[in-house]
Design a protein around this ligand. Structure first.
Ligand SMILES: O=P(O)(O)OC[C@H]1O[C@H](O)[C@H](O)[C@@H](O)[C@@H]1O
Length: 332
């Protein structure tokens, strides 16, 4: 008997114009001009978020006033196999070049499907706008990474406009083999002007510098500011990091669980020019702060599941002419 359950959703995904069911009345599946499908989550007032099935990738997150909070390049290419430049690409099963797979693994350029019947996840009952996606390896994927897995991603918009991403990755190998992976939520924040931005929470942390052959250094005691290209993996970073945008008087608070590291990236002018899908001056209006597990890969035995969570909130900075109290932002 046909039912609008998960099997219905999976087979509908393969047909050309599916009347796809979503479990939340605040979520809608629409076709973007590129022809790719995306889910639009609608929260209170003008809050909303968009998630592409391609890459399982969040590309938009707007606040109460309908202002965009994530960076998406004006030159982003919405065509496989290129990953979409901006939003929140998911790097799995490899972050960066930490392995033999393509840069950042393959999850960001695969088609995910809607999972209408995911295993229960403890949730805040006030969250009404959410969607569950799932990625399983294809035959081709198994040739490049010979492990069977189920990757479930829930994207939810909270009542106060917070955006949360919860990843659950399960080893479904039937041959008894464990697997290991590295991971990142490659979050592109929209900022007014990179030279007006500082990041708090990473002071005094050790980091691997991708611009210096992954050599290990220790950050100085001050908040991080930006004057040139940055590509660092902060190790054992705190669970809250604040990105303070002085000009916009906005602070992003990044809360991470299950993800020890945090990557900070801005390509600056030279690298920006070299990227085909990134505007020459766009480095000024973006910053990537990416909760990640890089230094120590995560290992799962068959049947084991890992959970990694990211919660983003955007709050007005109390900054006027004095100093913002970093403790208030990071603890509050
Ligand atoms: O161009 P992509 O493959 O999307 O990677 C963009 C960037 O992602 C991360 O932040 C890495 O640390 C950088 O080394 C890399 O350049």
């Amino acid at each position: 008997m046909a039912s609008p359950g998960p099997a219905g959703a999976a087979s509908a995904a393969a047909s050309p114009s599916p009347p796809m069911q979503l479990p939340s009345p605040f979520a809608e599946l629409v076709k973007a001009p590129s022809g790719l499908e995306k889910i639009v989550l609608r929260g209170a007032r003008n809050c909303c978020a968009e998630i592409y099935l391609y890459g399982g990738q969040v590309t938009s997150w707007k606040n109460d006033n309908g202002e965009e909070l994530l960076f998406l390049s004006s030159k982003a290419i919405f065509k496989p196999p290129k990953a979409i430049r901006g939003g929140i690409p998911v790097c799995f099963p490899q972050f960066g070049t930490h392995g033999n797979l393509e840069q950042h693994g393959f999850a960001r350029n695969r088609f995910w499907t809607i999972d209408n019947n995911p295993p229960p996840l403890p949730v805040n009952p006030a969250i009404k706008a959410f969607v569950d996606l799932i990625l399983k390896p294809s035959e081709e994927d198994l040739k490049i990474w010979p492990h069977s897995f189920e990757f479930r991603l829930r994207v939810a918009l909270g009542p106060s406009g917070d955006l949360s991403l919860t990843s659950r990755i399960r080893n479904t190998n039937t041959d008894g083999r464990p697997f290991s992976y590295t991971f990142a939520y490659h979050t592109y924040f929209s900022v007014s002007d990179i030279s007006e931005v500082r990041v708090e929470g990473l002071e005094t942390m050790d980091y691997l510098d991708n611009l210096k052959a992954k050599e290990r250094f220790t950050e100085q005691g001050d908040a991080i500011v930006f004057e040139s290209e940055v590509d660092k993996v902060y190790l054992a970073a705190p669970s809250k990091i604040a990105i303070i945008d002085h000009e916009k008087k906005r602070t992003f608070v990044v809360t991470k669980e299950g993800l020890p590291d945090a990557v900070v990236w801005n390509p600056w002018d030279k690298k920006a020019k070299a990227m085909q899908d990134f505007g020459d001056a766009e480095y000024k209006s973006m910053l990537c702060v990416e909760p990640a597990a890089v230094e120590r890969p995560i290992t799962l035995k068959p049947g084991e599941e890992w959970k990694g969570r990211l919660v983003l909130s955007a709050v007005p900075s109390s900054y006027c002419s004095g100093q913002l109290d970093p403790l208030k932002v990071l603890q509050g």
